[in-house]
Each structure stands twice: as C-alpha cells, then as structure tokens.
Write a protein that binds this ligand. Sequence first.
Ligand SMILES: NC(=O)c1ccc[n+]([C@@H]2O[C@H](COP(=O)([O-])OP(=O)(O)OC[C@H]3O[C@@H](n4cnc5c(N)ncnc54)[C@H](O)[C@@H]3O)[C@@H](O)[C@H]2O)c1
Length: 541
Amino acid sequence: MALDMTPEQKETGKANFNRVVGKLADADQQAQDQQAQGVTRRRFMQGLVAAGATAPVSAAAYFGYRYHGFPSDFRPVRAGLIGCGDEGGVLAGEHNPNFVKFIACCDVRPTNLRRIFTGEPLPSPRRGFNHHYGINAKQDIRQYEDYRELLANPDIEMVVIALPLHLHAQATIDAMNAGKHVLCEKLMAWNIRQCKQMIQIANEKDKLLSIGHQRHYSMLYAHANEVVNSGVLGDVKHIRALWHRNNVRPNPDANARRDRPLLDSWFPLIPAEDRERLTATRIRELGYKDINELCRWRLYIRTGGGLMAELGSHQLDACSIFLGKKRPLSVTAVGGTHFYADDREVEDHVYCIYEFPGPNYNPHNASSRRNDIVTVTYSSISTNGFEPYGECIMGSKGTLVVELEQAAYLWGLQGRSTDVTASAGGGGAPVLDTSSSSAPTERQATATGANAIGQNAVSRGYREEMEHLAYCIRMRELGMESDRDQLQPRCGGPAAMADAVIALTANQAMKNRKRIDFKSEWFDPASDQVPDADMVEQSPR
Ligand SMILES: NC(=O)c1ccc[n+]([C@@H]2O[C@H](COP(=O)([O-])OP(=O)(O)OC[C@H]3O[C@@H](n4cnc5c(N)ncnc54)[C@H](O)[C@@H]3O)[C@@H](O)[C@H]2O)c1
C-alpha cells in the first residue's frame, strides 16, 4: 500500500495501531465507569488488546449478538446455498453450523456441485460441506440444479445467494416470494432499479435481506473505524483506495492463442466435465449465450458489472464507512480495456475520483472553492500487483493504512519509524503522541491484539455476516429481543444499495466521460430515480 514501507516500519505501524486502539478503549472505559454503564464495544476492545488475544476472539460480542447461552429453543437456521462456485465455496467453508445449517444447495455446473462437498486442500478457505458435516454430507444436503425447486423446499428458512451478478435480483425476489430470508453476495444487483425492487420485496414480505459486503463484519475494519472516528488522525481530507493485481498468464491453448493470447483470473479454464454435461440447449435455457458466458460472466456487461462492481464496491464501502456513512457528492472516472486484446466487454483499468462531504461541508456553499471536501481516489489495475489492495486514510495529524483486509498500520506526524500512542488532548479529545514507553514487552503485547485476532488470519467477516443474519432470523422468530427493529443485518438493503449507487455511477462516469453529481433520490429506495436508467437488463433468469 505504501510504496517503500520496510518490515520494521510495518511493525511500528502495527504496534502503533494496536496501542491506540487499546488507549481509546481505556479512555472509553473510564467514561463508562463514571457513568456506571455495562460492557460496551470499546470495553470489549480493551479486553481484546490487553489480553493479547491469543485465542480467537468472538466477534459476536463486538457486533452485538450472542454466541453462547442461547435459549433452549434456539436452533440453527436451515439454509440453502444457491451458487456453489468460488465464493459459494468460501461461504460454505466459513459458515458456522451452530448458526446456519445447510440442508440444500444448487448449481448448474456438475464440477462445482461436487467441489462444494469435497472442498479444496488447505490453505484454501473452500473447505467443503464434508468438512463441517462429515463424508456423508450428501445424504443430508439435497442437491438441486434449478434454484426454483430448492426454493419450493418448505424446510429451508434462509438462502445464501452466490450467483453471477445479473441473477442477484431475480433470485432474491424469487426467494422472498417463496418466504425465505436472503443473504445475497455483493454487488447487490446489476442495476439500481433492481436494488430498489429487492428492498421493496423484503419490506412487503417482512423478510430479512443482507448483502455480503463483509467489511461490515470485519473487526479489523471496525477497529480502524474507531481510530478514524476518534479524531486522532486530525482533519482527514484524502483517502487513497486501490486494488491492484496481475493475474496475467499466457494462454496454454495454442489453437485459441490468436483470439486470446493472455488469460487472467476472470477467464478461468472450463473443466471438460462441465463442457460435456452442459448441452448448448441447457445453457440457453439458463439464459446464457454459451458456456463461456456462464463460466466467465465477469467479462461481459450483460452478466457482470466490471471492476467497480467486483472490486471497487468493497473499498468504496469501506471509505464511506470511514467517512461516517456519508454519500459522495460527485465522481469522475476514467477506465477501459487498456491491456487485454480479446472479446471482453468490461474494463481492465479503472481510475476514479470521488468527492465526499467533510464534517463541516456546507451544501449552500457548494460552488465555492473553499469547502470541506474529502477526496477519495480509487484505482483498479489488472497488470501490476506491486501494491496489492487496501485503503490509506490521510489526516493532518496521522496516517492509517488498512492492507489486504488483514493488517492496519498507524503513523503520526513524526513518520513511519516513530512509536505513537493516544493521549488526552487539550479539549479532552484524544491526540497522537510520541510514545513515552516503547518497551519491547508493551510492543509485543499490543502487537498480538487488534491486528492478530488469534494466531490465525484475521477473520474477513464472512462467518460473522452469516452468523448475525441467522441470529436475527431466529431471535425475531422467538420474540427474544424487545426491540425487533434492532435485529437487522449490518449491511441491509439501503446500505448495500448505496454501495451499488457509488460503484455503478462510476461506471456511468467512465462510459459517458463526464463528472457526475450524485442525487439524493438515487439512494432513496422509495424513489424511482436511478443513476443508470440506460442499463436495461436483458432476459435475466
Ligand atoms: N464478498 C466477496 O468478497 C466476494 C468475492 C468473490 C465473489 N463475490 C461475489 O459472489 C458472486 C459469485 O461469484 P463467484 O466468484 O463465486 O463466481 P463463480 O462463477 O465461481 O460462481 C457462480 C456459480 O453460479 C452458478 N450458476 C450460474 N447460473 C446459475 C443458475 N441459473 N442457477 C444455479 N447456479 C448458477 C455457476 O455455475 C457457478 O458455479 C458474485 O456476485 C461475486 O461478485 C463476492
């Protein structure tokens, strides 16, 4: 993320981050003690950091749902998985059967319907149903090739949808009409009109709709957000977000090399078994032009949404959270197929500039040069992965980098090699200070905290998003919470629709080569105004 960061500077940045998270928790604890309130989020954070957190820490407590001590009639929510491809495999691998018990799955590709049970060898997160339910899992988890048949199964309470983008809306609407709660993968839908329909049907049917922007359930991001919102970074006027990678490889098929000399991860090879078993008629019945479109749906506009839908939406989601869930004011974007010379319709390089309102932004002063604007730049590059992915939040008093959903680094004004901590500022608000104590013991204790939840990789939030939805479903059903409205997914329809508006409006800016000002109606589920009225879907199924 930062071009010339040394391992030592990273270590300092990590320790700074953990120390400041702990200090903020301390300060919050003192305030809590004064008010004699119970366990709070920050108090929990303090426990996490102070204890060194060598055992995996339950995100449930942090995100406000129970993990143990359920009422005796709490049963896992019976679920069906629709779409058993790469991401369906991750979700199957990550789910917690104490909350979500899969009893059905659906896919049209025989190889994926098999892999969803067997999984892949470690370190792949696709551990397969057999890992959770034993080698006879197939006996208890019914397999379907038509998701409508799965939806007709009355035992299923909730579905997890990990289908190509163009099918998200139709599958969600069909599921809700069949009486199911839904966790649908991001991007919420192929166009904004569909997002509004999804919210409407959830309201009409009184079903829970959650969208899989997993950063809403990442403790690393939650801690980073606490740091940003504490004010220790000073005035944040710029965030640099990026997702860069290089999956380019020569096409091994000499016959196909003329049309497609290079391959990448959006052009997976198609297993012979899928080619043999899926006839052209069957594929057309499914609404695809051919097997290429089914397996490489990300490359085509009819089925995908390009880099902004697939990658940029994650990071703009994070940026808008860091900026207080604000909506952007404008976007300017440049992008195109600048590298690959094949039939792909989506861009391989994207560069965007968003203007977000700062805390003192005055809408009546919008035309003035002097206004409180936060600029967010986003780039997605497919030919160079030197800097991988993450967000760099640049304040007047400090810099915070969140990298690869796995680590966060914090530095003060003194630079990347200086230890900092948080202390009470003059007005009571915390400020970054050169650390008075950087004894190795303290550094070591804090370094195992927020950046290293347990000894394993930091949870990216997939498991928690499924747990929480299941918790909300069951607790609502049992009438266990006094305030039913609190039992809502953290990334529900309106929040996810905002992410879709932000991503898909950048596509419009790119396509039309112009700066676009966001309209509040686009974010309003009740309004029929959309930023992408020209995106009219063709025969979705
Ligand atoms: N949250 C994340 O970090 C994350 C990461 C990767 C992908 N995703 C999202 O997950 C979704 C799926 O992506 P993927 O990488 O798994 O794609 P994929 O192509 O690997 O999987 C899609 C699966 O859907 C199946 N399918 C297609 N049409 C179907 C139909 N009509 N009925 C039943 N099955 C059908 C395909 O056979 C395939 O197995 C996308 O929306 C993507 O954006 C999210």
